[in-house]
Design a binder for this molecule. Structure first.
Ligand code: HEC
Ligand code: CU
Length: 350
């Protein structure tokens, strides 16, 4: 009985694992359908090493089966002792040389790709973006331009973009699986990585280093648009007037409440570098709220009322006066109309 139960348990585990892992194939979040330079290099190496390993597995299994069949103890030969062999130069040479060749086949492209992906010599000819990892959100500062943004990183398709990354608190790791590999984001030193996305689209990014209770919610997006769209986005973002009055009367009240409730202490609108919290310049165009929630008014009110319920341990909780639902609703109305550019994640084919 217990044996059967055990078998069922195994089957159940396998089934649920298959179910859970099938979500790993999500479009725009999988390293197995590369849409960028680094991810493509990585997949080539994954395929190469898998082929080499399968080759070894097949050969070893063939020899193993052949030996099992051929040299098993046969009826009537119970007392037969086969010829005793001690060392065979030819065999030993073969099984030393073949693994060396296989390792060289893996090592040469791996080392080449490593140097290629770490190459920073052309950095000054390309767009450079300062990336800051924070518990539990990402900030992007376009170097040499008056643009600061958070959560959604806009880049042009088909262009190398250099990311100079640092953390404001603990170690994070920047990872957009379908575009490139991971890079540690440390508090002490800056790490640089370039990314190049081939196609327009919205690619999902993850923090890949355990950084606190909401680590798994530290999502962001890379919004890849055409060069023309990108140029327009840059223009629009540069020309933002942070104090602009909204048209709508409710949104105007929201703006006043946003100022009264200390929100401005942590959230900049425009290119000011204040960075305790995400920059909200183009908040109305966000693909998600706080990196994870669908961008609806309802969700935004939920966030403003109780961010702790959504992201435990975040640095906004408790640091602003209580706002009523009515007030939160007005603030939401204000924040959602902050759409300085027509270029949004929808243009990138969200
Ligand atoms: C003490 C600093 C601080 C104050 C004050 C503060 N926030 Fe925040 N806020 C944060 C931080 C930090 C985050 C990011 C949380 C996370 O994702 O971990 C955040 C996130 C947000 C987000 C999501 C942003 C995005 O890009 O998706 C919104 C919206 C927001 N806050 C609105 C407000 C409003 C409205 C107020 C005033 C009532 C306010 N905040 C006051 C620090 C603050
Ligand atoms: Cu993190």
């Amino acid at each position: 009985m217990k044996g059967w139960m055990g078998k069922f348990k195994g089957l159940f585990l396998l089934g649920s694992l298959a179910l859970v892992l099938s979500a790993c194939g999500q479009e725009n979040l999988t390293a197995l359908e590369p849409k960028g330079y680094g991810a493509e290099k990585a997949l080539d190496l994954i395929i190469l090493t898998t082929v080499v390993m399968l080759f070894v597995l097949v050969i070893v299994m063939l020899i193993y089966t052949a030996v099992l069949l051929r040299y098993r103890k046969k009826k009537g030969q119970e007392n037969y002792i086969p010829k005793q062999v001690e060392g065979n130069k030819a065999l030993e040479t073969i099984w030393t040389v073949i693994p060396i060749i296989l390792l060289i086949i893996i090592a040469v492209p791996t080392v080449t790709a490593t140097f290629d992906l770490a190459d920073e010599t052309g950095a000054s000819d390309h767009l450079n973006i300062q990336v800051t990892g924070n518990q539990y959100w990402w900030h992007f500062n376009y170097e040499g331009q008056e643009i600061q943004t958070s959560q959604d990183l806009y880049i042009p398709a088909g262009e190398k973009v250099y990311l100079n990354m640092k953390s404001s608190d603990v170690i994070h790791s920047f990872w957009v699986p379908s575009i490139s590999g991971k890079m540690d984001v440390n508090p002490e030193n800056e790490n640089t990585m370039f990314i190049e996305a081939y196609e327009e689209g919205v690619y999902w990014g993850k923090c890949a280093e355990l950084c606190g209770p909401s680590h798994s919610l530290m999502d962001f997006k890379v919004v890849v648009v055409s060069q023309e769209e990108f140029d327009q986005w840059v223009e629009d973002m540069k020309n933002v007037d942070p104090k602009a009055q909204p048209q709508d009367a409710v949104a105007q009240e929201g703006q006043a409440l946003f100022q009264e409730n200390n929100c401005m202490g942590c959230h900049a609108i425009g290119s000011s570098p204040a960075a305790v919290g995400p920059n909200l310049t183009n908040f109305g165009s966000r693909s998600k709220i706080a990196g994870i929630l669908e961008p609806t008014k309802e969700n935004l009110v939920r966030w403003i009322m109780d961010p702790e319920e959504i992201k435990p341990g975040n640095k906004m909780t408790g640091n602003y006066p209580d706002v009523s639902e009515e007030e939160a609703d007005k603030i939401a109305e204000y924040l959602l109309q902050l759409e300085p550019s027509e270029i949004t994640p929808e243009d990138a084919g969200k």
